[in-house]
Ligand binder design. Structure first.
Ligand SMILES: [Fe+2]
Length: 325
């Protein structure tokens, strides 16, 4: 058995080979402690258990200088943020197709289309690279009760990614302000749109990436002194702070409340269905990457509209097939 020194607030899961972080926030992802994960030839930490999450997987893993990770495919939806370093991924959907090479560097966000084959390479011979992956694996594992369904599944989602030559350069507006893209370069500099409905001084951009249906990706910026209005939702989410600083307030009707201070490099998971708001109280704007596993709201047809206002009132006045009450 491997012995791993676990820092306070963390535990090492021997079966999953993950250093797991407890609480609501993980601090300083770029310099976060990592533990060996032999099955992926990497050192890693996981933030799957933040805020009691069960459907949004978040994994931080390192690729050694000049190294690579074993190639594989999985049905789960994933996006990978490059925390530091540079390299490339090989990807393909159909077995008979050539791999496509997707180059990336620190600050980029890369989608892994469902069940596309992929393999990551670190091109820096001197330094490790660090990837922060967001995925819905745990949801699929729980729903289908089968590891093989996720990792050894012959179905190919050709409607999401069909080895198109321009797939990883694509960028198109798909209406309602959403952009479809599969690689988002330099998240810190991406143009955003005013989002007055979201709060005071908020700008944002929502993306569809990799054809994903459950994992929603947004970039959000709050101007200095601004805030994201109070809200709650039936979706687990994570905020990775790209720049600036601020605070997240959590509360519920019984009077319990917490305030979490954050700064660039922190990862915060507001708990499912708990009221929260984000305030940029530093002297510069705060920008964060927001990833949400929105499968419940999608299934209910209330994507992003929020639990309190959008869940339809299903109380029925008509009871009988003949229309009687
Ligand atoms: Fe939220």
């Amino acid at each position: 058995m491997q012995t791993v020194e676990t820092p306070k607030g963390m535990r090492y899961d021997e079966a999953r080979q993950f250093l797991l972080v407890q609480g609501v926030v993980a601090r300083q992802i770029p310099t976060h402690p990592l533990a060996a994960r032999p099955k992926r030839n990497a050192r890693a930490a996981a933030f799957d258990e933040l805020s009691g999450n069960t459907t949004l997987g978040i994994h931080l893993s390192e690729i050694a200088p000049g190294g690579q990770k074993p190639g594989h495919r999985h049905v789960d939806e994933a996006v990978i943020y490059i925390v530091h370093g540079y390299g490339y991924s090989e990807m393909r959907q159909a077995d008979e197709k050539e791999d496509q090479r997707v180059d990336w560097k620190a600050g980029d966000l890369v989608s892994i289309p469902a069940n596309a084959w992929h393999k990551h390479y670190n091109l820096d011979e001197q330094k490790p690279c660090l990837q922060l992956a967001f995925k819905n694996t745990r949801l699929l594992r729980q729903l289908f009760g089968s590891r093989d369904f996720v990792y050894a599944n012959d179905f190919r989602f050709h409607n999401r990614y069909d080895d198109e030559a321009d797939y990883f350069e694509l960028r198109e507006d798909v209406g309602d302000g959403t952009v479809r893209t599969n690689v988002l370069a330099n998240c810190a500099e991406q143009p955003l749109q005013d989002a007055p409905d979201a709060g005071e001084g908020v700008s944002a951009q929502k993306y569809v990436m990799g054809g994903h249906l459950m994992l929603e990706v947004s970039l959000v910026e709050i101007s200095a002194g601004g805030y994201v209005r109070p809200h709650r939702h039936l979706a687990e989410e994570a905020l990775y702070v790209l720049s600036g600083s601020g605070r997240t307030q959590l509360w519920q009707e019984n009077g319990e409340a917490r305030t979490i201070r954050w700064t660039a490099g922190d990862l915060i998971c507001p708990p499912l269905n708990v009221w929260h708001q984000h305030v940029a109280d530093g002297d510069a704007p705060a920008r964060y990457l927001l990833i949400r596993n929105n499968f419940i709201e999608r299934a209910l047809g209330i994507d992003g509209k929020g639990f309190d206002t959008a869940i339809p009132d299903r109380f029925q006045t008509v009871i009988e097939p003949d229309g009687s009450e």
